[in-house]
Design a protein around this ligand. Sequence first.
Ligand SMILES: Cc1cc2nc3c(=O)[nH]c(=O)nc-3n(C[C@H](O)[C@H](O)[C@H](O)COP(=O)(O)O)c2cc1C
Length: 154
Amino acid sequence: MQIIRLIYASVARPDIGYDDLSQILESASLHNEKNGISGILCYSGGAFLEAIEGKRVAVNQLYNRIVKDERHSSTEILTCGPIEVRSFIEWSMKMISWDESFTPQRRALVLRHSGMQIFEPWTMTGKQAHGFLRELAELERRKELREVSDLSVA
Ligand SMILES: Cc1cc2nc3c(=O)[nH]c(=O)nc-3n(C[C@H](O)[C@H](O)[C@H](O)COP(=O)(O)O)c2cc1C
């Protein structure tokens, strides 16, 4: 079976808010799960960076829908191609919103993967974007593990 990964960057509508992000997360989780798609979406400072993985036809159909969504614009594919292994298999959609605070750790992550002090994902190469999202996913996995172990100690 041919599995592909597509990563794109886009500019969020200027007035996008918490309700929009929650709605995107809710519908994306449902739809992606039903269609065998795994993915991660990072939102920060008015920009989106998303990776979607799955069957070629499903990823293409989804991307065509996402592009038409008026909650963002200037959608640009950074990389798209067949993969051997999914990077974000455990999430139908993981959304990470950095809008509350751009911490030094986050700034360092962006700097490491793009050479920029600010999150402007359309300046990244496909490899940089993938590396950035993989590291972000790894931080989230560790956070989720810590939360589980805190629960079992409590
Ligand atoms: C930045 C961004 C990322 C999105 N990611 C997904 C996604 O991964 N999966 C999904 O089903 N919808 C996603 N959506 C929502 C779709 O664009 C669309 O609104 C939703 O799938 C409902 O489509 P429909 O109205 O044609 O049924 C995203 C929207 C935005 C703005």
